[in-house]
Design a protein around this ligand. Structure first.
Ligand code: B12
Ligand code: SF4
Length: 480
């Protein structure tokens, strides 16, 4: 039987993620995981389509109609933890109207809880654990799905039993994968958060590596501990085609920890300089404060890097140690200073409500953010995601408050959630909710920040964003 595959990014809107007030600042990102899978399926001549529901503003019913009319034999759905409930309902609707379809689930949530996901979502038949490219092709080649036991890295349902197959090793050479099938995505619909782009122009994302050797307790690290990168030639060629096809002037370079291998980073930066790409585009990335030094930062700057996002997480050394971040307050301060010195702007990520955190320590974190003074700061409420060390420890201690995965959202302060998965002892939801808003107000509503932003305004778009942001912050003082 010849299979036709449809891959779905499920309908979770910006409002679902960020709440009413913050939705206008959220990103609509390319679902590159399923685009990678689609690229590999295409290379094996297996027909595939992508439905990116958030980008196209589709509801569960809209997606179901698309699938029924398309008559696909394999329906793949990507799932992160907070979208669980939406995916469950989508699977129910699809099965109700189109029982012949084989539903395959994949993504971070499935990778960490494969058996449980299959037990909780009755209408799905297969759950993919880890990287999906090779797995999906093998599923599509498994005639009538008779040989699923031969497909590594899945859990599947057979005679009311859930069977787990042999573990699939991570892909060693990422270059065996063609570039993500961006031609199947509505590329004109994507935009990063305002803090990540320079001006109004379009900024696509490219993934250059997978895997991270560090062990932060809050991170899912679903691509394993070994850093695996695309070759420099492949990266340059993918960037070149993005420049040619989409006429871009900026790009977001994604990797679990881009700067962890100095040789790779230097090679990539030198190639960007030698090819002259650094004169055509500028780029942004994420990094760790202990993996860069002044020399590296200067090279990155020369290669076109204009912004780095660092997870500073907290202003308390005690908490940095508890979350196993492996860095010191001094290192954070030093790297922020050096990054600014070489002329790269910074987005700082900070976590509130970490295990055992006191209110005083939250205030220290907000103060630390102000002292570090990155261009942008993001404060999220700690969510122990399943599959992380933090979740394991809190679960064992009986401190997880809800297993309703819809509540696993780091923006619960702005969403006004009535329940969140974890609250440090002696503290309350109301306090944390208010704290998340207060943190942003205290960081952004300062004369120096106001002047800094006024100076960066280059267009009506910038001006509008600036005033909308200011208004949302002022208004948040009076909301729940
Ligand atoms: C970019 C990014 C985003 C982007 C885009 C997300 C997207 N849809 O791709 C944005 C900003 C939207 C985002 C949002 C959120 N994110 Co995010 N994000 C990432 C990040 C940094 C990279 C994702 C990526 O592109 N990976 C590269 C591609 C190749 O991998 P992939 O998408 O996982 O896909 C592979 C496999 O998972 C699998 N697969 C995926 N889908 C499917 C489907 C099928 C059918 C199959 C067979 C296989 C399969 O095959 C793919 C190819 O190998 C990851 C960290 C990471 N390293 O993964 C966090 C990460 C995925 N995010 C995470 C979280 C928590 C969130 C938020 C919940 C945060 C929040 N606001 O509260 C939201 C949820 C949004 C949502 N719709 O559910 C967690 C997920 C944890 C979890 N248990 O779900 C991660 C792992 C980071 C972490 N903290 O550990 N995120
Ligand atoms: S948070 Fe970043 S540095 Fe820490 S384990 Fe995850 S990917 Fe690695």
């Amino acid at each position: 039987m010849k299979h036709t595959v449809v891959l779905i990014n499920p309908p979770m809107s910006l409002e679902d993620r960020y709440g009413k007030d913050m939705k206008q600042f959220g990103a609509v990102s390319e679902p590159l995981g399923i685009a990678y899978i689609a690229g590999y399926l295409e290379s094996q001549n297996i027909p595939v389509r992508i439905i990116d529901a958030p980008a196209l503003n589709l509801t569960i019913d809209d997606v179901t109609k698309e699938i029924v009319h398309g008559q696909y034999t394999i329906i793949g759905i990507s799932m992160l933890t907070p979208v669980f409930g939406i995916v469950k309902e989508l699977c129910r609707k699809i099965k109700e109207t189109y029982p012949e379809g084989m539903i395959v689930l994949g993504g971070a949530h499935c990778t960490v809880l494969p058996e449980r996901t299959l037990k909780e979502i009755n209408d799905a038949q297969i759950v993919c654990i880890g990287e999906g490219e090779l797995t999906m092709v093998e599923i599509a080649k498994a005639d009538d799905f008779a040989n699923l036991d031969q497909v590594m890295g899945i859990c599947y349902r057979s005679n009311n039993k859930v069977i787990r197959t042999e573990t699939r090793p991570f892909i060693k050479n990422l270059d065996i994968l063609p570039p993500p099938a961006r031609s199947l995505l509505p590329m004109e619909k994507y935009h990063l958060t305002a803090s990540r782009v320079s001006g109004e122009s379009y900024c696509p994302t490219i993934i250059v590596a997978r895997g991270c050797p560090f062990s932060c307790t809050f991170c899912s690290r679903t691509f394993g501990r070994t850093f695996r990168a695309h070759s420099i030639e492949r990266i340059i060629s993918e960037i070149r085609s993005l420049i040619n096809e989409y006429n871009i002037s900026q790009i977001n370079i994604e990797a679990d920890t881009l700067t962890v291998k100095k040789d790779f980073l230097k090679g990539m930066c030198n190639a960007l300089i030698e090819s002259g790409i650094n004169r055509k585009i500028k780029w942004t990335c994420e990094s760790r404060v202990d993996t860069v030094d002044e020399e590296t930062l200067r090279l990155m700057r020369k290669a076109g890097c204009w912004q780095i996002s660092y997870g500073a997480e907290t202003g308390s050394q005690r908490l940095l140690d508890i979350i196993n971040k492996g860095v010191t307050i001094k290192q954070i301060e030093n790297t922020f200073r050096l990054t600014k010195k070489v002329g790269i702007t910074i987005r700082g990520f900070f976590m509130l409500g970490l295990p055992t955190e006191t209110r005083e320590e939250s205030m220290t974190t907000i103060g630390f953010a102000k002292k570090l003074n990155p261009l942008w700061a993001q404060f999220t409420i700690t969510v122990p995601y399943p599959g992380t060390k933090m979740f394991e420890d809190l679960d064992q201690a009986g401190k997880i408050r809800t297993y309703d995965w819809a509540k696993y959202n780091t923006w619960s302060g702005w969403k006004g959630e009535d329940e969140i998965p974890f609250i440090p002892e002696g503290r309350t939801i109301e306090e944390l909710r208010k704290l998340q808003k207060q943190a942003l107000r205290q960081f952004y509503i300062r004369p120096s920040v106001f002047i800094r932003f006024i100076k960066t305004i280059q267009s009506f778009y910038d001006l509008k964003k600036f005033f909308m942001g200011f208004w949302v912050l002022v208004k948040s003082r009076f909301s729940r």
